[in-house]
Ligand binder design. Structure first.
Ligand code: GDD
Ligand code: MN
Length: 387
């Protein structure tokens, strides 16, 4: 699959540094990285300065208690750096979100603090954003990308499986990467961010709906000091996170399909009872029509409640059922009204009445879906809301 970077012009323009004070905010989440900080911060600012970029560095530390504060105290005097210490809170993704919120730049960069991600790549990533990219990823799995460490079989397999599981969420080659650069508008395009675990880049790609994405190859170095905080718990959280992202991305389609299937089964129920009531109970066809509609609409309500709109999770049985029946009746009026208007006003539909019948069914189904989604089964409490 082609990514957007394939369509970029081959020659890069040379940026006019003067009179263009674009600020780059580099966010570093840290947990027990005191020993790496001096080196990474130095390399970040050297890389920015060498390319005429103004920048700030934001360190979000989860109260590591390893001397991070005193190192940052020294660094703050030398460069444009800010330390945020979160007390009683742990988590890579939430730390990154906090940093993004506090950042003042037009262009936002997130990277690991353990020197695995090369700061020398930042200017190239910034340039792609300036060229219009909505999301630029530092990637190990594109041509030119590499991993220094000789990862064991388990970690390699792990990384590959994790990447494959995200296949239908993005066409990026390394969506597990924690090194990325975005314009502020990409962040603003995310209505809410609620990542769990490590995969903040994936969260932002999916939630922002970024289409213009680019990958820059990186050399992923062995971490300098200390050890990785990745563990089994993080991997389980990742599965949970994936579930949420898939639901977010495909919910609309799944819901509509389910509504149509339920509606079709309801149509079969409607037909069955229409005949049963007449031939078994001996009632007239008009009353049979009303009874079968009532039964079929109740059937639809029940299955939409337990299936199509299960996340609405409302305990109100009777009022929800009554509201669904009411909305179904209104939708039927739309259905009938469409049929009436088309056949009386448009010659074509007067001649081809069944076309008007189908048009009515489409209008009625559409309105019933909208009523169900936004009124009858409206979600009252959002589950997410970290941002
Ligand atoms: N504030 C904060 N809180 N920072 C954290 C936390 C936390 O709970 N956990 C980890 N970090 C910081 C680390 O200090 C480091 O700067 C960065 O997040 C990455 O953590 P590592 O522990 O070095 O992760 P890794 O090397 O196993 O994972 C790397 O590769 C993954 C893909 O294989 C990272 O780049 C991940 O983002 C990436 O998904
Ligand atoms: Mn690391």
């Amino acid at each position: 699959m082609e990514t957007w970077v394939d369509f970029l012009p081959k020659e890069r323009f040379v940026r006019d540094i003067e009179g263009k004070p674009c600020l780059v905010s580099v966010i570093l989440p840290t947990y027990k990285e005191a020993k790496n900080l001096r080196e990474i911060v130095k390399r970040i600012f050297r890389s920015l300065n060498d390319n005429g970029l103004k920048g700030e560095c934001i360190i979000v530390d989860d109260d590591s208690g390893d001397g991070t504060e005193s190192v940052c105290g020294e660094l703050e005097r030398e460069c444009n750096l800010r330390l945020i210490v979160r007390k009683g809170e742990r988590g890579l993704s939430t730390a990154v979100i906090r940093g993004l919120r506090e950042a003042g730049g037009d262009i936002l960069v997130v990277m690991d603090a353990d020197l695995s991600h090369p700061p020398e790549k930042i200017p190239e990533m910034v340039r792609l954003v300036e060229d219009g990219a909505e999301f630029v990823l530092g990637s190990r799995y594109v041509e030119g990308g590499e991993i220094e460490e000789d990862w064991g079989f388990y970690r390699k397999l792990n990384s590959k499986v994790a990447t494959m599981l995200a296949y239908f969420l993005t066409n990026l080659k390394d969506p597990m990467s924690g090194f990325f650069c975005i314009p502020r508008r990409t962040l603003e395009a995310c209505k809410e961010l609620s990542p769990i675990g490590y995969k903040i880049a994936l969260e932002i790609i999916v939630k922002s709906g970024s289409k213009k994405v680019a990958e820059v190859p990186i050399y992923f170095s062995r971490r300098m000091h200390g050890e990785s905080k990745m563990n089994l718990k993080e991997q389980l959280l990742y599965i949970q996170h994936l579930g949420r992202l898939y639901r977010f991305r495909y919910m609309g389609k799944i819901q509509f399909l389910s509504f149509i299937l339920v509606g079709f089964s309801g149509f079969l129920i409607d037909t069955t009872f229409y005949f049963l009531v007449q031939y078994l109970l001996g009632l007239g066809h008009l009353i049979a029509r009303a009874i079968s509609f009532f039964i079929a609409a109740s059937w639809n309500w029940y299955w939409n409640r337990v299936f199509t709109f299960m996340q609405a999770g409302s305990p109100r049985y009777i009022s929800q059922w009554a509201s669904f029946l009411g909305m179904s009746l209104i939708s039927f009026l739309f259905n009938w009204g469409t049929y009436y208007l088309l056949t009386t006003n448009v010659v074509y539909f007067d001649v081809h009445k069944y076309s008007a019948f189908v048009a009515g069914v489409i209008v009625g189904t559409g309105s019933n879906f909208a009523f169900s989604k936004y009124i009858v089964f409206r979600v009252r409490h959002g589950l997410d809301g970290a941002m």
